[in-house]
Design a protein around this ligand. Sequence first.
Ligand code: 13P
Ligand code: SF4
Length: 350
Amino acid sequence: MEQLVDEIAALRRRLGDAVCIMGHHYQNDAVVAFCDVTGDSLELARRVPDIRARHIIFCGVHFMGESAALLASPQQSVHVPAPDADCEMARMAPAAQARAVLERLRALGRNVTPLAYVNTTLALKAVVGEFGGAVCTSANAPAMLRWALEQGDGVLFLPDRNLGRNTARRLGIPEEDQHTLALDDRGLAAGEEANPGLRRRLLLWPGCCPIHDAIPADAVSRARAAHPGCIVAAHPECAPALIDACDGNGSTSYLIKEAERLAAEATPPVFVVGTEINLVNRLAARFADRCRIVPLAPEALCPDMAKITLRHLRDTLTAVENGSAAPLRVDPALAAPARATLDRMLRACS
Ligand code: 13P
Ligand code: SF4
């Protein structure tokens, strides 16, 4: 470990301004220590156009690297140190299946605007772009859902049904206006076309983040019993029943800001945080002298985020230095429609 740290530090020094290392909040501490920029999905996407480095090393899952590659200039290259680090939720919305559903909805007379969570593949974003839609992140989902509702007679929110429902609640959209689609591999499941739910304003793709969705709602009451007077907040990828029991919910950056706010109080309460464990442990260590921060779900580890190790970072920097690194390639046919979805989000939330 020590040798790896020294090797990476030496590579960083030699590469200087040619390299910018970006990392999502769910990366482990050893990787985060080498990041020039850390952030939630929205912050990382927003930072890319201002980065001048020739090479961006993106420590996060594949879709985040793809978004960076879409927003980078043609002179820049983007490298994801572990290309097999692929968000499981993103895999739940294959582009061909989404296209089939959108085409059927159109054929059935619906003018539905697709709104894709940024946790989706580039190919899915391209389909969403073709159908006039946009992307959103957990940080701007309410603003983007409002935007999407203004575009047509309904919205298809994909792939995270939990984020979709939690956001709908925040906007006061009643359950009777929502419908979670029944799908098969090819599109709408048999019988779904006759389902009156298909006429509702908010259609939800039946995907989720297996890590956040697995946190049971009663974890909140158990945390309150264990830490009387505590404050509980969680990521909106958790199930609505859990989010309803919390004091607050929001993106990884929101959770960090809440920790900063509570730690600054004269008598900080225990702060219970429901999200990926790397972030919660880092917050607990950062504020250990001021405030007690505990995980709502100590088992909530994202195995894909964890695929990026110091060894991968060292190997990627080495390959960049000797010119053998293979940058992330964006299919030119998908680039324009996929980029349109990100541009619509950045414009709507500027
Ligand atoms: P944020 O947008 O809050 O960083 O979340 C991304 C993510 O993958 C959460 O699981
Ligand atoms: Fe994807 Fe869930 Fe991992 Fe986030 S925590 S990257 S949504 S699998």
